[in-house]
Ligand binder design. Structure first.
Ligand code: GLN
Length: 393
C-alpha cells in the first residue's frame, strides 16, 4: 500500500468535535463545541429564504460577491476605524477557518516559524502543520492568562514570519488590553513580522473590557491580516461565512490561495447575510448585552456549584479549574471531561487540548446557549461534587 502523507500524522481529530460526538452519544448537555442553540435574527432567516427562492445559485465572484464585500467594508470600516476598500482589501472565505488557513498559506514558506500563544484554539496547530510552518509557543499563564513580554521577545528573536493573535481569546476568554497589544505591535515592527488575527468574537466583549482591532493600532495596518467571520456575530456558524481583511499586496495572494482551496463561499448565503451586515449599531450592543446576561447566568451556576474559574472578559467560553478534583490523583482533564459527560450529563472540552504546556487542570465550557439550556446544565453541575465522590470513593 502506498503511504499517506506525513503531514496528516502531525495532528489528530479535533478534540472539540470528538467531545461533541461523545456528548451526543450519552445525551449530555453539550457545552463543549462553541455554537448557539438559538436562532439567528429573523431578518437573516427571511433573507435566506428569499435568496433560496430567487438566487443567486451559481458561483459568486471568487473573492466574494460585490454586495457582500460592499456591506462588509462599510461595517468593518465603521467598527475597525480604518478605511477598507471592498475591491482591494477583502477576500470572503468559507468561515474564519479557511481565512486563517489561506492567510498562513499566503505568508508562510515551509520551515518558517510562527508565534502562537498557548492556550490556543486547536486550528492554529493544524494550520501551522498544513502550511509547513513551525509554531513557537508563548504561554499565556493561568490563572490570569498574561504573557511575559521577555518570553514573547525571545520568541520574536527567533525570526518568525508571523504571529497568530486570537482576540478576544478562545479558549481563555481573555481580551488583550491596548497596552498588551502595543507590546505585540512594537515587537512585530522590530522583528518585521506579520500579525494574523482571529477576531471572530469581536462583538462579544464584556464591560469594562474593550476590543481593540490590531490593524487599527498605529503603524500596524500594513502588516496585519485580520481574519473574522459572521458565525458568532449573527449566530450562523453553519453558514460558513468568513473573511480576510488586509492590504492589497497580501490580499492578492489570499485571493489566489482561496480560489484554489474553495473557489468561494456559498453565493445565496452571501446574498442573505448582507441583511445582517447592514444592521444598525444597536444590534451589536444588543448582542454584547445578551452575552453579558448569559455569562452572568452561567457563572452564577458555577458559583453555586463552588467551582473556580477565570472570569471571561470576552468570547463565550469559561475555563474552569478542576485541580481540586484531580490534583494528587492519576486522573487528568481528559478523564474528567468524559466522566462529566457520562456521570453529570454535561459536556466540556478537556483543557489540555488547548495548551502546549502540560496543563491538565482545566476544562472549557461555553455559554452560547438558551437560558433554559444553561439552567438545565447548571442544575446538573450542582451535584458535581457529590457524584465525583460517589464514583471515586
Ligand atoms: N469555535 C468553536 C469552538 O471553539 C467551534 C470549533 C469547532 O467546531 N472546531 O468550540
Amino acid at each position: 500500500m502506498p503511504q499517506t502523507s506525513n503531514r496528516i500524522r502531525g495532528f489528530g481529530e479535533s478534540v472539540i468535535r470528538r467531545t461533541t460526538r461523545i456528548a451526543n452519544q450519552y445525551g449530555a448537555i453539550n457545552l463543549s463545541q462553541g455554537f448557539p442553540d438559538f436562532d439567528p435574527p429573523a431578518e437573516i432567516i427571511e433573507a435566506g429564504i428569499k435568496a433560496m427562492k430567487e438566487g443567486p445559485h451559481q458561483y459568486a465572484v471568487t473573492w466574494g460577491s460585490p454586495d457582500f464585500r460592499r456591506a462588509l467594508a462599510a461595517k468593518q470600516s465603521r467598527f475597525m476605524g480604518i478605511e477598507i476598500d471592498p475591491e482591494r482589501n477583502i477576500v470572503v472565505t468559507c468561515g474564519s477557518t479557511e481565512a486563517m488557513m489561506a492567510a498562513m498559506l499566503t505568508v508562510c514558506n515551509p520551515g518558517d516559524k510562527v508565534v502562537v500563544f498557548s492556550p490556543f484554539y486547536e486550528n492554529y496547530g493544524a494550520d501551522t502543520i498544513l502550511s509547513g510552518a513551525e509554531p513557537i509557543f508563548v504561554p499565556l499563564k493561568p490563572p490570569a492568562f498574561n504573557f511575559d513580554p521577555s518570553e514573547l521577545e525571545a520568541a520574536f528573536a527567533q525570526g518568525p514570519k508571523a504571529i497568530i493573535l486570537c482576540n478576544p481569546s478562545n479558549p481563555s476568554g481573555k481580551v488583550f488590553s491596548r497596552d498588551e497589544l502595543l507590546t505585540i505591535a512594537r515587537l512585530a515592527e522590530k522583528y518585521d513580522t506579520f500579525v494574523i488575527t482571529d477576531e471572530v468574537y469581536e462583538h462579544i466583549v464584556f464591560a469594562p473590557h474593550q476590543h481593540h482591532y490590531f490593524a487599527a493600532l498605529p503603524g500596524m495596518l500594513e502588516r496585519t491580516i485580520s481574519c473574522s467571520s459572521l458565525s458568532k456575530t449573527y449566530s450562523i456558524t453553519g453558514w460558513r461565512l468568513g473573511y480576510v481583511i488586509a492590504p492589497p499586496a497580501i490580499i492578492d495572494g489570499v485571493k489566489k490561495v482561496h480560489d484554489f482551496l474553495t473557489v468561494g463561499a456559498a453565493a445565496p448565503l452571501q446574498a442573505a447575510a448582507v441583511t445582517g451586515l447592514e444592521f444598525p449599531d444597536s444590534y451589536y450592543a444588543g448582542l454584547a448585552e445578551e452575552y453579558t446576561q448569559k455569562r452572568s447566568l452561567f457563572l452564577d451556576w458555577l458559583n453555586r456549584s463552588h467551582l473556580s474559574y477565570y472570569q471571561p472578559q470576552g468570547a463565550y467560553y469559561v475555563m474552569v479549574d478542576i485541580g481540586e478534583f484531580i490534583d494528587g490523583t492519576d486522573f487528568d482533564d481528559v478523564y474528567f471531561s468524559e466522566w462529566l459527560i457520562k456521570s453529570v450529563g454535561v459536556a466540556a472540552v478537556a483543557g489540555s487540548s488547548f495548551f502546549r504546556e502540560p496543563v491538565k487542570n482545566y476544562i472549557r465550557f461555553h455559554f452560547a446557549k438558551k437560558p433554559e439550556t444553561l439552567n438545565a446544565a447548571g442544575e446538573r453541575l450542582l451535584k458535581i461534587r457529590e457524584l465525583w465522590q460517589a464514583d471515586h470513593a
